[in-house]
Design a protein. Sequence first.
Length: 344
Amino acid sequence: MTNRKSKYCRYCGGRLRQKQENGIPREYCPGCRVYFYDNPLPVVSMILVEERRVLLVKRKNRPYRGKWCLPSGFAETGESILEAAVRELEEETGIRGRIVQLRDVDSCTNYFYGDLLFLTFEMEQTGGVLQAGDDAAAVRFFPLSRFPRLAFPSNSKALQTYVEGKKDHWAIVDSFTRAADDAAIMQKRRNLLSDTLVELIEASSDHIARLWLKEVRSNRSTPTYHLFDQELLYHRVFLVISHFSDWLSGSYHGQDIIGYYMHLGRNRKREGFGLSEVISALSLTKKHLWEFALSQGMWDRPIDIYTIMELERRISLFFDRATYHVAKGYELESPRARPASSGK
């Protein structure tokens, strides 16, 4: 089906000649006084993805026999472009589908068909059974990260556009899956979106600790801390921040939290700190970690917003556990308490 130019008028049968119209040479019938327009042929292509695998068709006929491509075909006279997409998908693959959205538009010149206008739609399956149609030698799902070279460059461009559009969404889904349950996050879990922020926190532990120290020595909820040795307080909060970082990297575990923070609760009671003060001090640590993370960028894109929400969940999970075991240790310590010391 090459895009050959007509030599004769479709109305009167007279020979056509070239004539300029608005500076463009066109086929013209002098007898009918009619111009004939050689327009691009509209082609629909469909992206149907299942578990990050894209459905491809192996071509049975010329051109590009034996090559893979997206399910594609020409729109017919009398049907809308959307109807053409639904029809071609079912004819070539046996799958009935519905259009999700237009993903890409491209134009190209093909040696066999001439000028083409590709409209590529994302579709989802609503029924049918996967099977090769009359024009297809085979149909198959390929991983989006690894699929064969496609017959039409416009198909490759459309798939690249599709993958770029889905990249943030998939990153969020993957990160959410890895951090979905508390038991899993207690183990070594890397490749979360918020890991970049965690690395910034690790590098800025000294800065965060000093912000905490300034507030804990002036906050009305922590009066005993106002009189306590600054160097020792700094050492203690720096250790808590380090525990948080180590826990996220997997080198500090649930049993470590239980052991250390139960002991911390006992010690604070012996030193004369009120339980509410200890809990407030931990809350201030959590606050300064969170505020530091928020200060690291603008949160305009959905993936940025998810990243900060994911980190907030990880901070909350750690400090909720630490606070519980501090309170438990504090309750288990004998009621006798000594006044807080101003030294080590």
